[in-house]
Design a protein around this ligand. Sequence first.
Ligand code: PHE
Length: 342
Amino acid sequence: MSDLLNKITQIKQNVLSDLSTINNADDLEQFRIKYLGRKGIINSLFEELKLLDKTLKAQVGKELNTLKNNTESKYRELLQKFSEKNEFRVEDPTLPGRVYNIGTKHLITQALEDIIKIFVKIGFKVYDGFEIEDEYHNFDALNTPEYHPARDMQDTFYLNSEGKDKRYLLRTHTSPGQIRVMEMHQPPVRVIVPGKCYRNEAISSRSLAMFHQVEGLYVDKGVTFRELKGTLDYFAKEFFGKDIKTRLRPSFFSFTEPSGELDVECYLCNSKGCRVCKYTGWLEILGCGMVDPNVFEFVGYDPEEYTGYAFGMGIERTLMIRHQVPDIRMFYENDIRFLKQF
Ligand code: PHE
């Protein structure tokens, strides 16, 4: 019998007696370090095994492996036992549940969805349009000639300078969507075009350089101004509530004739007149009118055969009225206390 074999028998005894004293995870960890650690007893026995004579190596090695395996499996058994206990301690059934904060849609998105629903209900289709447009679709085809002030650098974000190439820009309104739709489809067309628009504005409580609009367009034989008025009235009542008062006021847009603007009563002063409504009692929410025959010429519709109406509303402005938001910048500051209210 080799010395090593005697040692193994002795260690086996020690392991068993040590095991009987383990009461918790800390004891167990001490046990692991002592016997199974990298510098532990069992590894040192393996070092000794290397020095052994070949004839004995096989037999002693087998004993040593058995010791190692048994010690490891005991260790794992206890580890399981103690960690189960731990888990049980963590799962205190009297603790309150975890709170997961689920985000919601931004109120601009909610409003766009609401508006889309209102128009889809009466037969409008939705067209996406492009945020990057060319001068032709944003201005020329909308009967807005080169000398028109809206084309000024002061108002429009141009993406390249004038040259022999097309001049691109960030659309200043959703109206180029009208042109795109009419270029693609013959009448009847009945669409809304929701999306972002950009203007080089001084930032204030009433304007931002980026905002949202929803464009509407309906072209067919015999479309009248009265239908436009009826549709806008329907929209205002659905969106703001049955009791909302609106008024249609004459205005000018180069792509509609005649043109109008829809006002709703000022929410702040109940139409009595205040700073927000500039003492008029009314707030403007959209521009509209009958599509100018010149625009029909640009897209190849026969103005003798077809008439149509168009409108474009500002979403932020509209929401400021609906929710009594005093400053347009609040929509984009991402203050949770504000956003949470919607
Ligand atoms: N595009 C116009 C604007 O941005 C609104 C409008 C749309 C007016 C359609 C008439 C018809 O102010």
